[in-house]
Design a protein around this ligand. Sequence first.
Ligand code: ZN
Ligand code: FE
Ligand code: FE
Length: 229
Amino acid sequence: MATLVNLRNLLEHEIEDLYSAEQQIIEALPAMATTATNRELKAALREHLRITKEQKRRLDQVKKILKKDSQDAEGSQGFLARMFGGDGGTKCKGMEGLIKEGQKVMGEEMDPAVKDAAIIASSQKIEHYEISGYGTARAYARELGLREVERLLAATLKEEYTADKLLNTLALNKVNLKAEKGSGSAAGKASSKGASKGGSQASSKTSSKGASSKGAAKKGAAKKSTARR
Ligand code: ZN
Ligand code: FE
Ligand code: FE
């Protein structure tokens, strides 16, 4: 890969990374939705698939803007143009790892309710990774005065926050409670061990149910401020 000499180059690298991440998520989500048992979780994952395809299109727009902008600046010979010329070059290894880990967990034998909790845990890791990536890219675009790119990235960032919040609510209000008891049927016994471990949300473990929703709100606020940097 060509030497990255400035923030603009780093933004383009980040965009390629996010593009690959979204592509991998599009490939992974259908199986996650199929594996999920809870209806709301299934619906949320399917809805996020639809949104993710939209996000990928948004990144296409971003790449187009950046490509045109760099061609205007240094002619079509610029290395940036070359960087954006071929596709499939960059694979986001971070997302690859998160998805692989999620698939490994999903492949383990679990009570269906516990599996739902595990799917939410994997999904939130994915969302947090995206929130970090989009937050950074948006900050770069803002710094570089790329207003339209900034707007597009902000729109996706907002959707990732919404998805994360929805998963959090689903986990705290429904899925974790069910997983705590297990689904009851044949897998009831097998789940009792996992159930004692409680939920997948770091903040929910140490606090009561009432306090945990407050904790989640606080967490959201903290995330917002990071992404604003
Ligand atoms: Zn990378
Ligand atoms: Fe996304
Ligand atoms: Fe997402």
